[in-house]
Design a protein around this ligand. Structure first.
Ligand code: GLU
Ligand code: ZN
Length: 313
């Protein structure tokens, strides 16, 4: 066996529905890039939003990944088990005066143009009926994407104090995703272009948590074997989104077709084509593990189309 590299990638689905063709493409791209680089590939279930969760989806997602030959290394991380860790980060943010309670409604923010302007930052509101926002001092608004090149995000959006815990008490995606990419010592994030812009927030939040005031919270939670002494944000690569002929994003919400777990080959082949990998036609007749072996050996991140969307025909 070749030695493992320091590459650590992950696929992080939310169990709000079964995997569809769009999420299969993301899983496959992150898996292949990790394996081609001799790295470790992890699966993390982002199950921190019970109202949006579909019963049985987590188990079904894992079954689907296995059927498609996408075998993960290490244990699955369930975000629902990470809440003490998230809470400790929030407590530390309060202690360092990096966050505050906010009671603004969506309608109020919409009325001022859709970007939150820090209204509650100095009001010292109490926690009842409040969301928690982070004081966003770092405001990274650009980065270099492995696939899409230089990304410039809207400056006003990059300056916004964003929500890390929602009014309903649930932890926000932005907090959990960064906390767990740190926890799992992720070096590479390959995912869909719908997250191209939020990445700047995640980079800002990473940098905020690099402050040494957070070391003890982050390190004590981390699995000893992953502890790295320097908190370094992962590099990001965003793959095009599959959209329908009508121009809609395939999603669990618009009831994109679930993929066929009994007959994975056609979807696997189509996913490789979508990712610009030019699989030879005979590949269709091989079994799943053989297709995956071919795909790892021939994987070229440079061949993934540099587009934000691709229409499925
Ligand atoms: N859980 C998120 C989703 O399913 C993806 C998170 C990520 O890849 O950063 O959209
Ligand atoms: Zn507010």
């Amino acid at each position: 066996m070749r030695p493992q590299s320091t590459y650590r990638g992950r696929f992080a689905p939310s169990p709000s529905g079964y995997l569809h063709f769009g999420s299969l493409i993301t899983a496959l791209a992150s898996f292949l890039d990790a394996k081609k680089n001799n790295g470790t590939w992890l699966v993390r279930l982002e199950d921190i939003d019970p109202p949006r969760e579909k019963k049985g989806a987590s188990a079904h997602i894992l079954k689907t990944l296995a059927a498609f030959g996408l075998h993960w290394d290490e244990n699955i991380l369930y975000q629902s088990k990470q809440t003490d860790y998230y809470q400790h980060i929030i407590e530390q943010l309060f202690k360092e005066q990096y966050c505050y309670y906010c009671q603004c409604t969506r309608a109020q923010i919409k009325a001022i143009g859709g970007i939150y302007q820090g209204h509650c930052r100095h009001l010292n509101l109490d926690k009842n009926h409040s969301a928690i926002r982070v004081i966003n001092q770092i405001q990274i608004d650009q980065y270099s994407d492995l696939i899409q090149g230089k990304i410039q995000c809207d400056k006003a959006l990059a300056r916004e104090d964003f929500i890390i815990r929602r009014k309903d008490g649930l932890f926000a995606y932005q907090l959990a995703v960064v906390a767990d990419d740190i926890y799992q010592n992720i070096s590479h994030v390959i995912r869909g272009c719908d997250l191209l812009e939020p990445t700047t927030r995640q980079l800002s939040f990473y940098q905020l948590l690099s402050d040494k005031a957070f070391r003890h919270v982050l390190w004590s939670a981390q699995d000893e074997s992953h502890v790295s002494k320097h908190l370094q944000a992962p590099v990001f690569g965003h793959i095009p989104l599959a959209i329908t002929e009508q121009g809609y994003k395939l999603s669990k919400q618009n009831k994109a077709p679930a993929i066929d777990i009994q007959k994975p080959q056609p979807a696997l082949f189509a996913a490789l084509q979508f990712l610009g990998q030019q699989p030879p036609i005979d590949l269709k007749h091989l079994n799943v593990d053989e297709i995956i072996q071919w795909a790892i050996a021939h994987w070229q991140l440079e061949s993934v189309p540099k587009k934000q969307e691709i229409q499925l025909t």
